[in-house]
Design a protein around this ligand. Structure first.
Ligand code: NAP
Length: 288
């Protein structure tokens, strides 16, 4: 099997690690705009060689794991360069624009629009992890637009990685991912900013930040180069959920300012439902 990975950071590098483990004979070629990342990926054993045009035309699979602004620019040229039997998949965190940019491409049937719901706050080849995708969801959009044989090849890989598949249309994907992922990142970035501005003593932040602060602010370590284009591409959905969130923050503030502690208790009690949603823990297990 010949695989080309374009953008060998956390996501592409993690695919490389697992493909090597599952298919020791696979040849993995990489291409990255950042020469230091290409070298690092080679030293770490994520890729065997740098990919040129020939590798693209002969590849069984191409994984394009670059930031979503670069994806719009790169994907049409990648499709031009691949062979008739190559499946090209992306990993972008937004799906509407990428599906639009290739909708009339002559090789549209070679492309599978994907978003693996897996990751960490770290970037680059050294952030790549073994088993990152195990038990995680792979969202696939517009599956019917991909040639069936090529869908099957991608599905075989996702099954071997232990992924669950969920099909969505690109617009629903972008709306729902704004709720569960994009808002969390904004919330974490602005929590970090607020604490840095208010608590000038960095040593106090370090010493007094319990696991609550640390876990809530974890996403604020994420790469601005990856997240700025995501917010640009999904601006409408992000503004909608951000307005709802700001409304909730203001309502909470009003309750606190008006000594409405029953109201505050109720807000938190209602929101404890998230335990049930996320972990299946019954509500009657709550400790009040
Ligand atoms: P990453 O660790 O920063 O890796 C991306 C790599 O692509 C970097 O080495 C970057 O180089 C390189 N690159 C940028 N533009 C390029 C271009 N035009 N051609 C070739 N290489 C290019 O990012 P990542 O976390 O793996 O994210 C990759 C994609 O997966 C993004 O579309 C993101 O939305 C999506 N995704 C991320 C996560 C997550 O949790 N991180 C989860 C699911 C999906 P430079 O660093 O020098 O720019």
């Amino acid at each position: 099997m010949k695989v080309v990975i374009i953008g060998i950071g956390l996501i592409g590098g993690s695919f490389a690690r697992d493909i090597k483990r599952l298919h020791p004979k696979a040849k993995i070629y990489g291409r990255d705009v950042n020469p230091a990342h290409e070298d690092e990926a080679r030293v770490l054993g994520l890729i065997d060689e740098t990919a040129g045009g020939r590798e693209l035309s002969e590849a069984d699979m191409v994984i394009v794991s670059v930031p979503v602004d670069a994806l719009l620019v790169e994907l049409p040229g990648i499709l031009d360069a691949v062979g008739e039997q190559t499946v090209v998949m992306d990993a972008g965190s937004t799906k509407s624009l990428v599906c639009k940019v290739v909708e009339n491409h002559p090789k549209r049937r070679n492309f599978l629009a994907c978003h693996p719901i897996a990751g960490t706050e770290y970037s680059g080849p050294s952030a790549a992890l073994d088993g990152l995708y195990e038990g995680k969801t792979q969202i696939i959009c517009e599956v019917e637009k991909t040639a069936f044989k090529l869908q099957e090849r991608a599905h075989d890989l996702f099954r071997d990685l232990g992924m669950r598949i969920r099909y969505m249309n690109p617009e629903s994907h972008d709306k729902h991912i704004a709720y569960v992922s994009h808002l969390s990142h904004i919330s974490s970035f602005m929590l970090g900013k607020t604490v840095i501005e208010m608590e000038r003593n960095e040593r106090d932040i370090f010493d007094m930040a319990g696991s609550g602060f640390e876990s809530t602010v974890r996403l604020a370590k994420s790469s601005p180069a990856m997240w700025t284009p995501i917010f640009r591409q999904n601006k409408g959905n992000v503004l909608e959920i951000l307005d709802a969130y700001i409304g909730n923050l203001e309502a909470f503030r009003d309750k606190l300012s008006n000594d409405d502690f029953n109201g505050i208790y109720q807000e938190m009690d209602n929101t404890n439902k998230i335990r049930e949603i996320l972990k299946g823990i019954p509500l009657n297990n709550k400790v009040k």
